[in-house]
Design a protein around this ligand. Structure first.
Ligand code: HEM
Ligand SMILES: *[C@@H]1O[C@H](CO)[C@@H](O)[C@H](O)[C@H]1NC(C)=O
Length: 336
């Protein structure tokens, strides 16, 4: 099934998409069996402590690394699977393409430092993959920002290729509606509930004006509908000050207007208050098919945390590389 012949036999775009989905499902089912929580028990028993130490130190310097790292992990997993391909630098690097161009330099720095901390232990040197370090660091930024602490499955290998060209259509867009969101997440083996819980990652971090300015003004030639779901009017006026028509490219606002730097269920309350900045966020409350889940997570943080952990675990199983197509990188930005 993985032969190129199969691709050649399916020339239409539609069937290509189907092949990719089927392929992804096939990779996923074999991959889940290979991951385990104690994968490094004999090769690097201190790996969790080493990564956590690097995360704590970086977050003391800048909180930005917390949302940055969470987003980095999501983008890594959705583009070619959780294989640290997002970290590779070079002519075909992913992290300067499309939505990845706004990935956080602080997050990339955090992973470099966590890798150095792990390799600084002689027992661990070159034994832990960059993909696993990213998965562990992500858990640590979430828990240190106030979110759930959870066991991370380990045993991912690092991919040997990055591909700029697939970044854009592998990731969701800020103007996606519920059907578009569900379709992309389903192609990655995730349910609507998983998608809503993972969108709760927007409980920390920022979005730049270009991602939501269309929601603040009606531009010539664009319909009122292109502004997306309705926004709280007082908040809308505030956001017009943050993002005037001649906004600066560096201007931004917090994704969770309620508790912007705490990993909690404030994001879902933000949506209830019609203060979601991205159309793809506010649509989760606007669409009747997803509103009940938003209300449930807004009312019950434990339920959100449980669903988030379950969905992160599934996210972390996407497209795992095996010895045939993976390795443990010595330097996270370069294949060996
Ligand atoms: C559901 C579809 C999603 C869309 C359309 C989306 C889109 C975006 C956009 C446009 C930004 C702002 C980028 C910028 O202006 O710099 C952003 C930021 C962010 N996203 Fe998402 N995202 C989605 C899902 C997720 C998921 C599943 C996670 C993780 C579980 C996540 C984590 C984050 C975080 C933490 C930030 C803030 C980054 C920072 O402050 O450095 N997002 N997202
Ligand atoms: C909140 O969710 C948790 C986990 O799903 C559940 O055990 C608990 O009963 C819920 N609490 C309320 C008040 O509904």
């Amino acid at each position: 099934m993985r032969s190129t012949g199969f691709f050649l036999a399916s020339p239409s775009r539609q069937s290509m998409v189907m092949v990719v989905v089927v392929l992804l499902a096939a990779i996923k089912s074999t991959a889940a069996a290979q991951l385990s929580q104690n994968y490094y028990a004999s090769t690097c028993p201190n790996v969790e402590t080493l990564v956590r130490g690097a995360v704590t130190k970086k977050l003391q310097e800048t909180f930005n690394a917390a949302p940055g790292t969470l987003r980095l992990f999501f983008h890594d997993c959705f583009v070619r699977g959780c294989d640290a391909s997002v970290l590779l630098a070079g002519p075909d690097d992913e992290h300067s393409a499309g939505p990845d161009a706004t990935l956080s330099p602080d997050a990339l720095d955090l992973i470099t430092r966590a890798k150095a901390a792990v390799d600084g232990d002689p027992q661990c040197s070159n034994k832990v993959s960059c993909a696993d370090i990213l998965a562990l660091a992500t858990r640590d930024v979430v828990s240190q920002a106030g979110g759930p602490n959870y066991q991370v499955e380990l045993g991912r290998l690092d991919g040997k290729v990055a591909t700029r060209a697939i970044v854009k259509h592998s990731l969701p867009g800020a103007s996606f509606n519920l059907d578009q969101l569900n379709k992309l997440f389903a192609a990655n083996g995730l349910t609507q509930t998983d998608m809503i819980a993972l969108s709760g990652g927007h409980t920390i971090g920022v979005t730049h004006c270009d991602k939501f300015v269309r929601r603040l003004y009606t531009f010539k030639g664009s319909s009122a509908a292109s502004r997306g779901p309705p926004m709280n009017l007082v908040f809308l006026r505030q956001m017009r000050q943050t993002c005037p028509l001649n906004y600066s490219p560096s201007a931004f606002a917090m994704l969770d207007a309620v508790t912007p730097t705490k990993f909690d269920n404030g994001y879902f309350q933000t949506l209830q208050q019609m203060k979601g900045l991205l159309a793809s966020d506010q649509v989760l409350f606007a669409d009747r098919r997803s509103r009940a889940t938003v209300n449930y997570f807004a009312a019950n943080q434990t339920a959100f945390f449980d669903a988030f952990v379950a969905a992160m675990t599934k996210l972390g199983r996407i497209g795992i590389k095996t010895a045939a197509d993976g390795e443990i990188r010595r330097v996270c930005t370069k294949v060996n």
